[in-house]
Write a protein that binds this ligand. Structure first.
Ligand code: LIP
Length: 261
């Protein structure tokens, strides 16, 4: 795809994100239809409705590009070009009427071999009306203004966000680390929306974000936005489909964070 095609893809993803965001705003304080729930997770009928709306807009603009989403796939999820979509990131927050959730849409292109590279990313917070966008190789933007990660090098002065994912196994692995981390940094924040935690790193509001057991659709767009804001999106696959552990940071703190034992 050419740069101008990336630009068209970004515009289409922004339209889709804003449309789903409007549906989120309209339903934040309404009773939600819950499709399923577990100890640490909830899946809403609105998750499905938002993904269908996003899919319709993206398909109209780019009929040959498949979609891999939290609520299902459209076309071949292993095709050379794919959208990666979390229609509502922060679903538990949203279910309880907490206005900290977003829409996350990424476009990935299969580069050398089977590896995918994210080339376009959009994260939209409909409650603060904050739209983060990025095209690989260009500056990341918040509501059109370029953004940059923080410059801090010291853990003592850092605000670090952490996510606890959904499984007991991840809780058991993350809690001991949390207990040590909280004593080494200025503050820890747990906000419940991975994509927003990543855009907050990109905007310099957080210095880093850590999570284990997070899914591709939660982090693909935010990861590109962090990189285009001058930060580092370190991540590696862990057991589970499309599942990762990650440290998104300003590029100066990962080794210190990973050395905490
Ligand atoms: C959520 C993530 C969050 C994680 C939750 C859940 P969802 O995504 O944003 O960081 O801790 O377990 O995965 O399910 O709201 O789209």
């Amino acid at each position: 795809m050419t740069f101008s095609e990336h630009t068209k893809a970004l515009a289409c993803a922004v339209r889709a994100a804003r449309a789903a965001g409007k549906l989120m705003r309209q339903n934040l304080n309404k009773t939600k239809k819950i499709n399923s729930s577990s100890a640490h997770d909830i899946k809403l009928d609105l998750d499905v409705r938002c993904q269908k709306l996003i899919e319709k807009i993206l398909h109209t603009g780019f009929p040959r590009i498949s979609l891999l989403g939290e609520e299902g796939v459209a076309g071949d999820p292993k095709a050379p070009q794919r959208w990666v979509v979390d229609p509502i990131d922060g679903t538990v927050n949203f279910t309880y009427g907490i206005p900290h959730a977003c829409v996350s849409i990424a476009l990935q292109i299969q580069s050398r071999g089977a590896a995918y590279e994210t080339v376009v990313g959009v994260v939209y917070d409909p409650f603060c009306d904050e739209l983060w966008t990025a095209i690989r190789g260009q500056p990341a933007r918040l509501n059109g203004q370029s953004i940059h990660v923080s410059q801090g090098k010291s853990l003592r002065e850092a605000i670090v966000s952490i996510g606890f994912a959904k499984s007991k196994a991840n809780l058991d692995r993350t809690l001991p680390y949390f207990n040590k981390l909280v004593r080494r940094v200025r503050k820890v924040r747990m906000m419940g929306a991975a994509a927003l935690a990543m855009t907050y790193v990109a905007s310099g509001r957080f210095d880093a974000y850590i999570e284990r057991g997070i899914r591709l659709w939660d982090i693909a767009a935010g990861g590109l936005i962090v990189e285009c804001a001058g930060g580092e999106f370190w991540h590696e696959a862990v057991p589970g489909q499309h599942t990762y552990r990650l440290v998104a940071s300003n590029g100066r703190l990962r080794k210190k964070l990973q050395s905490i034992r």
